[in-house]
Design a protein around this ligand. Sequence first.
Ligand SMILES: Nc1ncnc2c1ncn2[C@@H]1O[C@H](COP(=O)(O)OP(=O)(O)OP(=O)(O)O)[C@@H](O)[C@H]1O
Ligand SMILES: [Mg+2]
Length: 326
Amino acid sequence: MATTTTTVTESSSSDNGDASSSSPSSSPNQKIKKVSYELAARNIYYAKPVAAPRSLARLLKPACGGAAPPAPDYILRDVSLTARAGEILAVVGPSGAGKSTLLDILAARTAPTHGRLLLNSSPLRASSFRRLSAHVPQHDAALTLLTVSETFAFAASLLRPSSSSDVAAAVAELLAELRLSHVAHTRVHPSRLSGGERRRVSIGLALLRDPGVVLLDEPTSGLDSSSARVVVGCLRGVAASRGTTVVLSIHQPSARILAAVDSLLLLSRGAVLHHGSLAALDAALLSYGLAVPPQLNPLEFALEVLDQIPHPSLLPPLVTTSQRGI
Ligand SMILES: Nc1ncnc2c1ncn2[C@@H]1O[C@H](COP(=O)(O)OP(=O)(O)OP(=O)(O)O)[C@@H](O)[C@H]1O
Ligand SMILES: [Mg+2]
């Protein structure tokens, strides 16, 4: 998967990512009439890319009475979700469930095979959505010779070349928001910053232009539980204070991380087993005769008994869209 990050500040009243009317020079402090975004996916399918036929003979085979082409092998099947402004939606599931593929589709970097994306209930336009959103890939990329403060200032000056006071204000805001003030003058180098601090620098770079929607692939992977908590806590703060719509993927969140998350999308083999709150997951598991043991949270338990939860490819979803009112 590619690792491009694209952001923009959206301060106009445009509803569906018509970022051409936004003011790239406005500071995150100038949040006048900031637009909030509800991102939705409806019945998304994504088929595995098929290798091109190697020879004319293979091309002609079906026409000559050979075997029909194989049915598409779907990585994602009938995925629907809603991510709301000011909230964190966590996409959870085991390795290979389709989390990164889904995030790439939500970031409008990969087109789904079927289904549609909606922004504030209107069909999402990929090019303008990419300008108003930010995608944070799993692996950190920053210039290791610069300090944290210089890294933010350099990126901010590219966005706001005319105003050094705007740059300074944006850098100061980010350092405080991401709890990086204590390392402001430390180089962004693996030997100088912790993994969690470097991850927060990556997130800061994505936030510089105050995107309306932020999509993060495994922002806590490779971090210990307390660093992971700080990262998710910072994202919680960003969602609450800026009204940003945050979608992140995560392997196995702890109870304390889940406390910072507003809703869950549990994926298994490319299909949705649950979309909604942790409490709703608890109730749904119970309805399948799977009582959550007291020492586990409902999601931990669901991940342990994933194979016992009826899969949507065999039965109706665990919680349907209409039941959740989504
Ligand atoms: N371009 C591709 N071609 C073929 N198969 C692919 C492609 N991209 C992903 N897959 C397959 O799709 C499935 C989902 O992959 P994806 O990377 O989305 O999973 P994931 O949930 O993000 O896993 P992880 O937690 O390990 O990152 C996997 O089985 C993967 O091998
Ligand atoms: Mg992944």
